[in-house]
Design a protein around this ligand. Structure first.
Ligand code: PLP
Length: 440
């Protein structure tokens, strides 16, 4: 516990004041400290980022924007938000930022309401192939109030770009949307939740220009890699960019909007507040500012480079053990493991459960053209942002591939074999975590 980013003093205070919650937070701190976090969208923030969220800034209403608030007493909040904006612009090399979105989903919702009218058409990736629910899922506002058309991946195994974005198909789908819907077709979205390859923003922009529509990148997953120059930047190609701040960027849970276009920035600001949100979470904005400051340091580039090296090492080690990695590998922080490569009996939902028994935390995930439903899936998604924060390198990735293989192979043999092997791996995971404590 000594190395936990929640200081033991904070935990002790909580336990004294509200034992029910205090005990649960302490248990969660222990869980995070002693398990290997392989969920691609999670990370371990630094102590300053974590503690900024527990400050008095949470007490304040600061509706509006710096210099134009609807409440008195915002003088320090104005400066905190200005610093966050300034650092975000520097980090992503753009002119305008809105740091107020409460989350990635809210950041996208505000984008829709800023740039589209209900019934308008937009293009996004086939959701089951790695898109996010805010990119047109029928039960999400993006699919209820707007009309998505979807572009596919390359599904032909014989092609070298198998399971990469099919840019020719993107162009075809978008030109058809233009022909069919005319000016109601407004936006192309790129950026995904489970896509392991580099996104060709320039190619997307050429297609957007051909159609006369705006290009949006949702870099929620790759933001930290973009900020470090480890993944190409969406600027100058994309008109608008949204992201979360809590994945590879290693900040607090939250959203962010970025652009170089003043008119679009103004539209977005109005759409977010008063269009969707009320008071901004100023304690979270302070934590965002701190995280952006951390990401501007040279160490963060080294960290991001290691995130990718680790993902590539883990993908290679798993393929050597008979698992199929979709698209043949990864260029970023995540990979999709098609479990059918190991055994057609392996199901993502089981794998997630079995691995958790051993202290390896991941999520089930559909693979491209997955025949299994989303609650089962044929795959798991693995990512390296959190393990890299702990200091894991390629050597530990090889160890993790071995753990995964041992647990899943035992699971296929039956509950008894699984229980024995998972217990053994759990102890090895615990020992590894002790050797690489969370950031102090
Ligand atoms: C591509 C993408 N966009 C948006 C979001 C939504 O972010 P949040 O969960 O903060 O609403 C996610 C979350 O996983 C995502 O992967």
């Amino acid at each position: 516990m000594a190395h936990d980013p929640i200081t033991s003093g904070t935990l002790a205070e909580l336990a004294k004041f509200d034992p029910a919650i205090g005990e649960l937070v302490a248990k969660e701190a222990q869980r995070q400290a002693t398990t290997i976090e392989l969920i691609a969208s999670e990370n371990h923030v630094s102590a300053p980022v974590m503690h900024a969220m527990g400050t008095c800034l949470t007490n304040k209403y600061a509706e509006g924007y710096p210099g134009a608030r609807y409440y008195g007493g915002c003088v320090f909040h104005d400066d905190v938000e200005r610093i966050a904006i300034e650092r975000a612009c520097k980090l992503f090399n753009c002119k305008f930022a809105n740091v107020q979105p409460h989350s990635g989903a809210t950041a996208n919702q505000a984008l829709f309401f800023a740039l589209l009218s209900p019934g308008d058409v937009f293009a996004s990736l086939v959701l089951a192939d790695g898109g996010h629910l805010t990119h047109g899922l029928k039960v999400n506002m993006s699919g209820k109030w707007f009309q998505p058309v979807h572009y596919p991946l390359v599904y032909d195994k014989a092609k070298p770009n198998f399971e990469h974005i099919d840019y020719d198909a993107v162009e075809r789908v978008c030109l058809e949307a233009k022909q069919q819907h005319g000016d109601k077709f407004k936006l192309i979205m790129c950026g995904y939740s489970a896509y392991p390859r580099v996104i060709d923003f320039a190619r997307f922009r050429a297609i957007a220009d051909k159609c006369g529509v705006l290009l949006h990148a949702d870099i929620a997953h790759i933001a930290g890699l973009v900020a470090s120059g480890v993944h190409p930047s969406p600027f100058p190609h994309c008109h608008v960019v949204t992201t979360t701040t809590h994945k590879t960027l290693r900040g607090p849970r939250g959203g962010l909007f970025l652009t170089n276009d003043e008119d679009l920035a103004k539209k977005y600001d109005r759409s977010l507040f008063p269009g969707i949100q009320g008071g901004p979470l100023m304690h979270v904005i302070a934590a965002k500012a701190i995280a952006f400051g951390e990401a501007l340091k040279p160490e963060f580039k080294t960290y991001s480079q290691q995130v990718v090296k680790n993902a590539q090492a883990l993908a290679a080690a798993l393929s050597q053990r008979g698992f199929r990695i979709t698209s043949g590998g990864t260029d970023n922080h995540l990979m999709l493991v098609d479990l059918r490569g190991k055994s057609t009996d392996l199901i993502g939902a089981d794998a997630e459960k079995w691995l958790e028994m051993a202290g390896l935390i991941c999520n089930k995930n559909g693979v491209p053209q997955d025949p299994r439903p989303p609650k089962q899936t044929s795959g798991i998604r693995l990512g390296t942002p959190a393990t890299t924060t702990r200091g894991f390198k390629e050597e530990q990735m090889h160890a993790i591939a071995g753990f995964i293989d041992r647990v899943l192979t035992a699971g296929l043999r039956g509950p008894e074999a699984l229980a024995t092997e998972a217990a053994k791996v759990r102890e090895e995971v615990r020992a590894l975590c002790e050797k690489y404590p969370l950031p102090a």
